[in-house]
Design a protein around this ligand. Structure first.
Ligand SMILES: CC(C)(COP(=O)(O)OP(=O)(O)OC[C@H]1O[C@@H](n2cnc3c(N)ncnc32)[C@H](O)[C@@H]1OP(=O)(O)O)[C@@H](O)C(=O)NCCC(=O)NCCS
Length: 505
């Protein structure tokens, strides 16, 4: 579920410090203190399997000490609105997903594959009943009125940051782009309506994806845009929507899915961190997105984030339709480096990367630039998409226009063996030039995750760590952990680049 990139506000450092302190503190706790800590924190006690004070405190203390920093960080990340979800996982415990503790140690590799095997014949043909007063509704996204209903629901009720300062505002053009790639299925946009008013109060969507996890390609779906009206929260409607989209996918013979989220559920196959590169620093400061560091001044920040007016790479130009084949070939070879990635055919590459010139500029969703060498060969490309967030509280600005780094590839990364320094230099040049375009198109901030080879350029390009994480989940598929590009202290890990080659909108 695409993010949930809680738009970061640069609190990463404080959180890291707190986690380190906590880790040191746990080491010094007595058994009695551990028991007290677990009593105060039933979710943690549950995860450690000690129950509410009735377990063995010595064993619990040992289990607590064995928690690594990443796990503690994850626990910290799930503060505020996520606290409830750290409880018993009553729903997720019934689903074919891996459990915490399963295959966690590096020497305990699990056999990768489906968790539960079913046939289409076993799948119910009808949806589960809803509470009285609500009914299922398949949403026709080709109908502008229904597309607008989805937009309205998401615009008012979709993902917010922890302090409810920003909320994603997916435009109708981005919704169409994200939800209607080649092969989209009209049944996979499922809504819940209030029977009387007909108002759309819940939504979930899926799109097909050929997903490679290491050496196996899964005929899977990508689930996204789970949203429930704020007035209907905490009524266990989310599990109903999740089970319904599962049923609809199963009916099409699709039994595996990928989804992402900012909250911790059993059990991430990978965790990436969000990074943010300010472009319009004064605006980001005014809306409360970027802090002013205590040793800095606004003019220093503005200078720090200045972006050149011109690009530097020779042969860089906007992608055109004639480039689709070359870009698909390059992207396919580049994505093969990663443990998990989608397999895109030409139609999909055209859909995801080529801007439709017929669209007005305000409807442009994706920007892709290729590098064409002197022999007319496409050697590199880089892309980003636009996703605005609404500023929720009182502010002189109503929105933040964010560019999200999307896919990229370069021949330099495909040399055998790879010249790491050359790859690093090339990726820095590509990202730096894409920043020039982001600035030209008036984006306020450029966001990227710690996935792919991003650790090679994020710091140099002045992306700062945010407070959001993005957890990757696989439904009905057991897989060994995949590196998310961050180390156990939640810091970029240029030594162990990410195995994630899949982005989710
Ligand atoms: C996410 C959302 C649909 C959950 O609804 P809710 O009313 O808070 O929760 P419900 O009472 O219906 O269901 C709770 C169950 O759903 C699970 N759940 C909550 N959010 C989830 C998510 N994003 N993905 C999967 N499961 C989720 C919980 O873990 C819990 O199951 P558990 O008992 O096994 O832990 C709702 O909070 C929402 O619309 N939030 C804003 C949009 C959003 O964050 N969407 C998800 C993007 S990843």
């Amino acid at each position: 579920m695409s993010e949930e990139p809680t738009p970061g506000k640069g609190k990463g450092k404080e959180r890291e410090k707190a986690a380190r302190k906590l880790h040191r503190a746990i080491d010094g706790l007595s058994d009695e203190q551990v028991t007290q800590l677990l009593d105060l924190n039933p979710a943690l006690a549950h995860e450690l399997g000690s129950g509410h004070g009735d377990g063995d405190p010595g064993a619990a203390a040992e289990a607590l000490k064995r928690l690594n920093l990443q796990e503690i960080m994850t626990g910290l990340a799930s503060s505020g609105k996520n606290v409830k979800d750290m409880g018993a996982y009553k729903f997720w415990a019934t689903q074919p997903v891996p459990k915490f503790g399963e295959g966690d140690s590096p020497d305990e590799q699990v056999a990768e594959g489906p968790i539960k095997v079913q046939t289409v014949e076993e799948i119910p043909k009808e949806p589960a009943p809803l509470l009285d007063g609500f009914e299922w509704s398949t949403i026709d996204l080709l109908d502008d009125a229904q597309l607008t209903e989805v937009w309205e629901l998401l615009n008012g009720h979709y993902v917010e940051d922890d302090e409810a300062m920003f909320r994603f505002n997916y435009s109708t053009s981005i919704l169409k782009w994200a939800m209607m790639p080649p092969g989209w299925k009209k049944e996979w946009y499922r809504g819940v309506r209030a029977s009387q008013s007909r108002k759309l109060v819940g939504f979930i969507a899926a799109i097909p994806v050929e997903l490679r996890v290491r050496d196996k390609v899964l005929h899977a779906s990508e689930v996204n845009f789970l949203c429930i009206h704020k007035k209907l929260r905490s009524k266990r409607l989310a599990p109903v929507l999740i089970k319904e989209i599962t049923r609809l996918c199963n009916l099409e013979g699709v039994f595996q899915a990928i989804y992402t989220g900012g909250i911790v559920l059993p059990k991430p196959v990978s965790t990436c961190r969000y990074f943010h590169r300010a472009i319009n620093w004064p605006k980001l400061y005014e809306v409360g997105f970027s802090p002013l560091p205590s040793n800095s001044k606004p003019q220093f920040q503005i200078r720090k984030y200045a972006v050149p007016d011109r690009t530097s790479l020779r042969g860089l130009r906007e992608m055109q339709k004639k480039d689709v084949g070359a870009v698909q070939d390059l992207l396919t070879r580049y994505l093969a480096k990663f443990d998990m990635a989608a397999e895109f055919n030409k139609q999909e590459v055209e859909h995801w990367l080529l801007h439709n010139k017929k669209d007005a500029l305000e409807d442009q969703v994706v920007w892709t630039y290729v590098v064409e060498d002197d022999h007319k060969k496409i050697t590199d490309f880089i892309s980003f998409y636009c996703l605005e967030s609404s500023v929720i509280g009182p502010s002189t600005h109503s929105n933040v226009k964010a560019a999200y780094l999307f896919y990229y590839a370069t021949e330099i990364g495909l040399a055998k063996p790879v010249d790491r320094e050359a790859l690093k230099a090339r990726l820095n040049a590509l990202v730096s030039d894409s920043l020039v375009y982001c600035k030209q198109y008036k984006f306020d901030v450029y966001n990227a995750l710690s996935l792919m080879d991003n650790a090679l350029f994020l710091e140099e390009q002045k992306f700062g760590p945010g407070d959001g994480q993005l957890h990757y989940y696989l439904f009905n598929y057991r897989a060994n952990p995949i590196a998310g590009g961050i180390d156990k202290r939640n810091r970029l890990d240029p030594e162990a680049l990410s195995g994630i080659g899949k982005t989710q909108i």
